[in-house]
Ligand binder design. Sequence first.
Ligand SMILES: C[S@@+](CC[C@H](N)C(=O)[O-])C[C@H]1O[C@@H](n2cnc3c(N)ncnc32)[C@H](O)[C@@H]1O
Length: 246
Amino acid sequence: MARFDFDELFDDDYLHFYRPFLDDDVTDDEAELVAELAEIGEGTRVLDLACGHGRIANRLAGFGADVVGIDRCETFLDKARSDATARGVEVEFRSGDMRALDARSEFDVVVSWFTSFGYHDDDTCRDILRRIHAALRPGGRLLIETLNRDLGLLTMEERPTIKEVDGEFMIDLARFDPLDGRLHVRRFVTRNGERIRAMRYFIRLFTFTELREWLRDAGFGLVSGYGGEGEVYRLDSSRMVVVAHQ
Ligand SMILES: C[S@@+](CC[C@H](N)C(=O)[O-])C[C@H]1O[C@@H](n2cnc3c(N)ncnc32)[C@H](O)[C@@H]1O
């Protein structure tokens, strides 16, 4: 299996360079979309799986949901907890790995937001979907938000992408391998004039129909597709949001 530098990838540099995608205005809109698509309201029991620094989980709790957030990155969880305190909401943030999820009929909704599914080999990813299915109550919903693979591949350019935030640089060299369906990325980060840090990661990309098949294999029934603004999924949608019913 290709290399995935988890601890290198998810650290303070991630929060720094992704700031434009994670800021309050963007996240407020995303949390509203999550609540609308997954029918989250007062008392809905929600699991935010790979919750990161809690930006979605804390807002869903602000809508009255009863939220658990799980992530494997301790520093993100610390940030999530202090943000919850600042917002005056209660969320149970647990340190954990999605590969070991063992909840049974506990949640009305599981949320996997901002490309948080597809970091493992195919068998493991399918097992995670089965675990999520088991964690949901009858009638429960799973939301997966990820890249629009079709659009991504049509518009992909064979050149590095550079993110600049506050004069610091993150450079990605991405290559899609059609034999394993993964975007393989070599990432180079330089901050505070320090030497360049290099890391590798990959993300499994799905067409809507492929992910729907995986979800059905994992036991889900109705599966619907939306774009990043909540529109019915189209080739030119900025993102893909899949809603699967238990
Ligand atoms: C791109 S971030 C998205 C975080 C969050 N969902 C959001 O919308 O901001 C992906 C997250 O997945 C977490 N993660 C990666 N692999 C994981 C695993 N096996 N189990 C739990 N969390 C994981 C990382 O620590 C990181 O916080």
